[in-house]
Design a protein around this ligand. Structure first.
Ligand SMILES: Nc1ncnc2c1ncn2[C@@H]1O[C@H](COP(=O)(O)OP(=O)(O)OP(=O)(O)O)[C@@H](O)[C@H]1O
Length: 303
């Protein structure tokens, strides 16, 4: 289905000299979503990304990027990539790096002259545009790498550990930058071990283990699913009534934990409780711990 999916992978497999690196990559990423790709070291994440980028040929299986087969030249023009551990020639200035990559991607000079200052501003490097990269900190290099991945206004960008080497302020800047890209309809495929970052910005995540996608999770639904209520009074009849809203996980004096049924929203529940004449002192969505989910799905193994 061209258009609806930014990425479709069906049973992609990669063997290196008969050794399986990715056994079965099957997933779909919708246009405009931020998709996290998680798994322990050696699970096959980088190999999967290389197949999706068209840099290596799958041993078996099929895949499409924005409706076109993997490796298609026109599709590549719409794809950006921030690899992990990249390095730019350090005698170049930030501006020159972006110019070079922009021209390589076929962006015309007039467009680049507008795009470069805009991007440098967005990644917090406007004042450093004309400085050689050898004078840059690790965080500044990382932010320049990010600008490089977006120079040709791609519609789909693969990012390998985008917040690597960044201090908290840098991480917030990158997070805001990525959310602004999403707001423009850009699809982001994020490879990261920093689960707290993933939790903050991803719409969905997939877990890969031993070269197989073992689970996908919608973080938007998962985050809103469990709520704790502080309600007074909390008569026993309330227990029965709340079962209409979802599964009761705990019901103690004035404290109730509930897993909301699909389609039930915390705001509607709050309105209903107040409508019952109850005093709702708090409604606390339990924040999802992606680390817990990761350990449940993937286990403690490391590669
Ligand atoms: N070019 C290659 N030749 C042989 N084996 C390879 C090659 N590239 C990757 N592998 C093997 O394939 C498996 C998956 O590696 P991959 O780099 O895709 O994992 P990863 O999930 O990206 O790991 P990490 O989180 O450490 O980056 C590993 O066992 C690795 O040793």
């Amino acid at each position: 289905m061209a258009g609806a999916w930014a990425i479709e992978a069906e049973g992609l497999r990669k063997e290196f000299s008969g050794r399986v690196a990715v056994a079965d990559l099957t997933l779909r990423v919708a246009e405009g979503e931020i998709f996290g790709f998680l798994g322990p070291n050696g699970a096959g994440k980088t190999t999967s990304v290389k197949m999706l980028l068209g840099l290596i040929r799958p041993t078996a299986g099929r895949g499409w990027v924005r409706g076109r087969p993997l490796g298609d030249r026109n599709a590549r023009r719409e794809i950006g990539f921030l690899p992990e551990g990249f390095a730019f020639p350090d005698w170049l200035t930030a501006e020159e790096v972006l110019w070079f990559h922009g021209r390589l991607s076929g962006v015309d000079p007039a467009r680049l002259r507008r795009r470069i200052p805009q991007l440098l501003e967005q990644v917090g490097l406007a004042a450093d545009a004309r400085r050689p990269i050898r004078t840059f900190s690790k965080g500044m290099r990382q932010r320049l790498g990010l600008a490089q991945a977006f120079i040709h206004e791609p519609r789909l960008v693969f990012l390998d550990e985008p917040t690597s080497g960044l201090d908290p302020a840098g991480r917030i800047l990158v997070r805001d930058f990525l959310l602004a890209q999403k707001a423009q309809g850009v699809t982001l495929f994020l490879n990261s071990h920093l689960l707290s970052e993933v939790e903050r910005i991803c719409d969905r995540v997939a877990f890969i283990k031993g070269g197989v996608v073992v689970e996908t999770l919608d973080l938007r639904e998962a985050a809103a699913a469990i709520v704790t209520l502080h309600v007074r009074p909390s008569p026993p009849e309330l227990q029965a009534a709340l079962r209409e809203w979802g599964e009761l996980l705990a019901f103690t004096d004035a404290r109730i934990t509930l897993r909301l049924a699909p389609g039930r929203r915390p705001t509607d529940l709050a309105r209903w409780l107040i409508g019952q004449g109850l005093d709702l002192e708090a409604l606390i969505p339990r924040s999802l711990s992606l680390e817990d989910v990761f350990l449940r799905v993937v286990g403690m193994e490391t590669g």
